[in-house]
Ligand binder design. Structure first.
Ligand SMILES: NC(=O)c1ccc[n+]([C@@H]2O[C@H](COP(=O)([O-])OP(=O)(O)OC[C@H]3O[C@@H](n4cnc5c(N)ncnc54)[C@H](OP(=O)(O)O)[C@@H]3O)[C@@H](O)[C@H]2O)c1
Length: 309
């Protein structure tokens, strides 16, 4: 049985507000929070956390937020990649710190939020982007792999928000759950992922109703096919990391485009954004012509197996 849970030791007590790459320096925090982020811009004065921002769309979103004036706390669970990303963005003159935390662990999430508050004194934006994806049929999947994918998408959203909520209520902040167009319609070989992304969309609706009087905004972005980092891996049926299934490049948006759309969603305090024409078509077909939707999926799964497997 392969090792399914990759846990990296988070910060030890006593270093909770030290950015990951400032580790041993007593005055490291001060030195490292003097980036050259624009003091103007639509997000000037705002502090954001983007989970899973050491790579991919999360990293592009963190970069776009900084360029638009925000101070950003990066997060990931690979220390080496997190440091690399923090340094890369700092070389671009952007104001970032980073915090190693596994978002499926509530204690890590509490530490992530404590770090952000200790560093910047407030929290205005939380983007729950961290996620593990998969390519495996339900019949073949080990139950533990299903749990791991579901946990990363559901508890990886619930725990950071639970820890951040009091601070977000203080600032009447914005929460953005990163979901997928695959939450809008079932997708063969993506059972746990689709279930997790759909759960998150429903959670946003419920929380919007529960928290209506607080001034906090909770929204969901359903992302469509997007260019992936070459090193991106998803889990197969036994939990082994494998490359993502083939996606026609012409169907993919760039990470920077997706990041721009996420920022617009936040600025407008929108409840739901569905990215791409394909995404909007899926909503339309799923709502009004569900049998046609199923026919399309079943036909493509026979003709375009590599698209799913
Ligand atoms: N790319 C697409 O086509 C697409 C389409 C629809 C929706 N989305 C959504 O967009 C978001 C970003 O996707 P992406 O393509 O940029 O994926 P990605 O490159 O794999 O980035 C996800 C990041 O989250 C991190 N992460 C995973 N589990 C974590 C955990 N428990 N704690 C902390 N960090 C964790 C990953 O780190 P590890 O490498 O350590 O796992 C990785 O750095 C995801 O929510 C995804 O579902 C993407």
């Amino acid at each position: 049985m392969p090792e399914l849970t990759k846990r990296i030791e988070p910060f030890e007590a006593g270093t909770t507000h030290t950015p990951v790459s400032a580790a041993a320096s007593a005055d490291g925090l001060k030195k490292r929070t003097t980036g050259k982020t624009a003091v103007s811009g639509p997000f000037a004065g705002k502090v954001a956390i983007v989970t899973g921002s050491e790579s991919g769309i999360g990293k592009a979103t963190a970069r776009a937020l900084c360029v638009a004036g925000a101070k950003v706390v990066l997060n990931g669970r690979s220390k080496e990649r997190l440091i690399q990303t923090e340094e890369e963005l700092r070389r671009e003159g952007l104001e970032v710190v980073s915090c190693l935390a596994d978002v499926t662990c509530f204690e890590d999430c509490e530490r992530l939020i404590t770090n952000a508050i200790a560093t910047y004194g407030q929290l205005d934006i939380l983007i729950t982007n961290a996620s593990i994806s998969m390519r495996a049929y339900f019949t073949d999947m080990q139950p533990e792999v299903f749990r791991q994918v579901l946990d990363s998408n559901v508890y990886g959203t619930v725990y950071p928000l639970k820890a951040a909520l009091p601070y977000l209520i203080e600032t009447k902040g914005v929460v953005t759950f990163i979901s997928s167009i695959s939450a809008l319609n079932g997708m063969p070989s993506g059972s746990a992922y689709c279930a997790g992304k759909a759960a998150v969309a429903n959670l946003a609706h419920t929380l919007r109703l529960e928290l209506a009087d607080t001034g906090i905004q909770i929204g969901v972005v359903h992302i469509g096919f997007t260019q992936n980092d070459p090193e991106k891996r998803v889990l197969d049926a036994t939990g082994q990391p494998v490359p993502i299934a083939h996606r026609p490049p012409r169907w993919q948006k760039s990470q920077a485009e997706v990041a721009r759309i996420i920022l617009r969603h936040i600025r407008r305090r929108r409840q739901r954004t569905v990215i791409s024409a394909l995404g909007r078509l899926i909503v339309l077909v799923h709502t009004h012509l569900p049998r046609l939707g199923d026919w399309i999926v079943l036909t493509t799964i026979r003709r375009l197996r590599h698209f799913y497997e």
